[in-house]
Design a binder for this molecule. Sequence first.
Ligand code: ADP
Ligand code: MG
Length: 723
Amino acid sequence: MSGNESRLQAIYQITNRETTPVEQTESLKDIWACDVFNLATMEESLSKNAYKAIKKTVQTGVELDKSTADIVAAAMKDWAMSKGVKFFSHIFYPLTHATAEKHDGFIITNSEGNAITEFTGSLLIKGEPDGSSFPNGSIRMTNAARGYTAWDPTSPVYIQHTDNGATLMIPCVFMSWTGEALDKKIPLLRSNDAMNKAGRRVLSLMGEKDIATLNSSCGAEQEYFLIDSNFANSRPDLLLTGRTLFGAPSAKGQEFDDHYFGAIPARVQIYMQDVEDQLYKLGIPAKTHHNEVAPGQFEIAPYFEAANVAADHQQLLMTILKGTAKKHGFVCLLHEKPFAGINGSGKHVNWSVGNSTQGNLLDPGKTPHDNLNFLLFCGAVIRGVHKFGPLLRSVIASAGNDHRLGANEAPPAILSVYLGAQLEKVFDDIKEGKLTASEHGGEMDLGLDQILNFKRDPGDRNRTSPFAFTGNRFEFRAVGSAQSVSGPLVAMNTMLADSLNWIADKLETELKANDQTSAVINVLQELINQHGNAVFGGDGYSSDWHEAAVKERGLKNIPTTADALPALQEDSVKALFKSTGVLTPAELESRYEVYSEQYILAIEVEAKLVIDMAKTMIYPAATRYLSDISMANAGLSEMGIDMDNSVAQTVAGETAAMMAGVAKLSAALEKEDFASIDDHTQYFANEIRSLMDEVRSHADTLEAEVADELWPLAKYHEMLFIK
Ligand code: ADP
Ligand code: MG
């Protein structure tokens, strides 16, 4: 058997793949939100009073009384059972980036042994999963391992179908017996609350009378790779870690930019439509999809929604992307860097805050200098990014995202904020204590008769900024593709709450002595003098910026997760979360511990696999090739032909070096005594990762030397280009 049998099998299978039968898609009107128990469904099935009560809860978050909960639960059960549902599940969002669910039947038996169904308000509201194995840092000792899930009525209940059944899914928060948050939803809800309170303070100081509840919104653009499952299954690294731990670059990569926004391959288009139909049924507004920069890379972006709902929908979207890929013979890779040398995947988190009375507070309107509310909210964001840059970096830190941030394709690991020329000018003026007319974008004339002229956006786009103002929202572009959007949303809402409170305190004093416009200018002038260093409109990829940001502006360049996570232990960050009520010091500490542990585990699994694959796949291929060429050379030499031995020497040398690297890596993994968690994460970030890189570099050189027919791992060009 030749060494590359699984590779050849994979190529054979793909070439002879039978096309998946395509189901005729139904019209949007028929399927939109058909599996969601949303307000519209509730209005149909509840009494007027019960509907009014639940609507108020959904829209403003006020508590629901017990008897209404019973009525809602009964209606929910009837609706679900009419759609073939037999089970329900509290779905929650633990500190992993995944979701967790525990399923229960509606069924109970009565004293006569008959099966009846039951679903009360209390079953809807509270669940108790055996949560002891979810990560919790040191919050729960094993003797206090109880965890509770509780219904979050502000995120709609929905039905999840499989081929032979259906389950009613109930979005929940997850907490410990002592009431501490063990999940990503509780802090998100709290951060929204904190932002609402602080925002209302500012708006009422600005003379607004009618102020509806403020909510944050999120629209997340998700990038991903699709690889044929035959290839993915043949590579243990893709299977277990979601990225290639080995692989020489393909002769053709993304240099031609011929994939970006190109025609979507038919097989992928069919997959995308399938994904979107499922999203529509769940009321998730999938809006755009296109090819991304790297070959095999794509993007999907739903229309923005309330942050809490968007975060739940984002988790569901990732589940559906992965599940549907299987059905179509793909594996969907959400990892931030599946392939070295070509672009990785991110998740741009578009974020704004607003309400039904003042509208989107990050929308400047046509003349930003007039819009004082906007300037205050925008200033609050600038202050937040400057003051809490390291926190923003820590909430996007993961072993996967480390491969992407700071590389020349993704936002730098330095947090700055891009405003665009128009706004930057407004804030420059404020620095000098004045507000003048804004520069307009002007009309863009393409000089083509058939293309209508359109109004140019007042600010250009800056792809190199990690945090950019994009017209009526901020776009946090450094978030990793596999991450939950909750962490970033919590950090943004909380830093905004803190800044708005600071602004409100200042405004209170200023308004005593000044008119409104002067008061706002004074507050913003102080703000921008202290925090303007975070505003940067230039090229974030350039080495000049990397130097200037740190040396001249005092910003931090935070390259790895090990460097980023300690921000969660800084006093200023503890004070931020405590004063806003978003996370207690114990909850924050537990997050620091859990994320550190996840980081170490992720790299440990990779390192073990590097050793395993080098020893059992690459070493055998290299030595077999070496013995083939030695035999051939010996034969030729008997015939009096002396062959150049350089290939054999390279292969022998690289193989020996790779195995020496494997030995060092194995020994390094034995280390157990670490002075602190920081010491431990730093060891993995530096020692272990560089030894893994060392093994890889020899293996990748071997890939370019060893006979193709012996090479055991699917190659980059095969995985990226064979569809
Ligand atoms: P681009 O790739 O040009 O940044 P996309 O259309 O792919 O734009 O994605 C932009 C995302 O931003 C979408 O999810 C969109 O719904 C979302 N979005 C638009 N306006 C807002 C807003 N005010 N607040 C939050 N998200 C928004
Ligand atoms: Mg974008």
